[in-house]
Design a binder for this molecule. Structure first.
Ligand code: GDP
Ligand code: MG
Ligand code: ZN
Length: 330
């Protein structure tokens, strides 16, 4: 248990009626039909949902997720009933199946993402990073790319890989941080970003997300070194996303997610979410340029001159080739 449940003696116990004390709060934990709501003044209320909360334009298996801002009525000093959910600025979902329109919302209202990557043990694929970044861009969520395990980069080859990686993503405009969770290098730079926002820690299994997060607070004792269930083929156990309060901010550990929400963008707009491609695209001869085969394409010219990294451009092309409907308007 990472969050203490307060029994606030000064708070009046409301007898009978549950409409007297209406408050707003944040969902910090969700198990079954119970939600832990943290009121704006920091109290925790174990809450249920009143009736059916209707959500606009979305069929979801769960009406409320961690990160949701809700209105609730206090029914006893540490219990409540949720009556309303504020609209979300973003959300992470898992679709029940590819074809199904039913979706499970894993977390909502993310303010910042720390995308943890590693160059070795394991090696994070550039294409994975780029697809993740596209979805984050689509939701305008700032991402810091955190290269963890720099203590392992002890060969010339790995150092060259590091320089190349930094070149690719800094020229794309991203903030990059080199850290070692084991040797405590640069973790303070992450910690100072935590207050006053909801941060998501994401990245492939084994890159050190839980280890990095544990370093932020002695209270947080996430299990490390585990094979993520999201990557194993067997039955999916329900994933409980939990937020932890650290330094007046909230952090979410995410077992193996690929990106955000239902990104409802047309393929012809995918380049908008590669900031460096978008930047130079105004120089293309044709307004409808897809930056693939057209003459006098400023994007292709920038790839040839090295201003845009080849690996980023290849990821862009691969997204255009996707067969599934992930990047298409439904
Ligand atoms: N050498 C090294 N190992 C690390 C570092 N950070 C995490 N690890 C190890 O990597 C493994 C996976 O870490 P974990 O935090 O569980 O990764 P997660 O799956 O992303 O949550 C564990 O055995 C950690 O001890 C680091 O900075 N350097
Ligand atoms: Mg983990
Ligand atoms: Zn073009």
């Amino acid at each position: 248990m990472h969050i203490n449940i307060y029994f606030c003696e000064t708070y009046p116990v409301v007898a009978g009626c549950c409409n007297i004390f209406r408050m707003t709060g944040l969902i910090v934990k969700h198990t079954g039909s119970n939600y832990m709501v943290r009121s704006d003044d920091g109290q925790l209320y174990l809450s249920t949902v009143r009736g059916k909360l209707r959500l606009k334009d979305m069929k979801t298996t769960n009406p409320i997720a961690v990160g949701d801002k809700v209105t609730f009525s206090v029914t006893s000093r540490n219990q409540g009933v949720i009556t309303d959910v504020a609209s979300r600025k973003n959300y992470i979902i898992r679709r029940s199946t590819n074809l199904s329109r039913q979706a499970h919302i894993l977390a909502a209202n993310i303010d910042k993402v720390f995308l943890i990557v590693t160059l070795t043990q394991p090696e994070t694929r550039y294409e994975f990073i780029d697809r993740f970044l596209v979805t984050a861009e689509a939701y305008k969520i700032p991402v810091w790319i955190v290269i963890n395990k720099i203590d392992l980069l002890n060969t010339n080859e790995l150092q060259e890989e590091l320089e190349y990686f930094k070149h690719v993503y800094s020229s794309a405009g991203y903030t990059i941080l080199e850290v070692s969770a084991i040797e405590n290098i640069n973790l303070d730079k992450i910690k100072s970003e935590i207050p006053n926002r909801i941060s998501l820690f994401s990245g492939n299994s084994g890159v050190g997300k839980s280890t990095v997060m544990n370093s932020l607070s002695p209270d947080l004792q996430l299990k490390t070194g585990e094979i993520s269930k999201a990557h194993s083929k067997g039955t999916h156990t329900t994933t409980f996303y939990e937020m932890f309060e650290i330094d007046n901010g909230f952090v979410i550990d995410s077992p193996g997610i690929k990106g955000f929400g239902l990104i409802d963008i047309d393929k012809s707009e995918v380049y908008h979410f590669f900031p460096e491609i978008f930047r130079v695209s105004s120089g293309c001869k044709f307004g409808m340029c897809s930056h693939t085969h057209e003459p006098e394409c400023a994007v292709k010219a920038a790839v040839e001159s090295g201003e845009i990294s080849e690996s980023r451009y290849i990821s862009y092309l691969k997204i255009l080739e996707d067969d599934d409907d992930k990047y298409r308007k439904s």
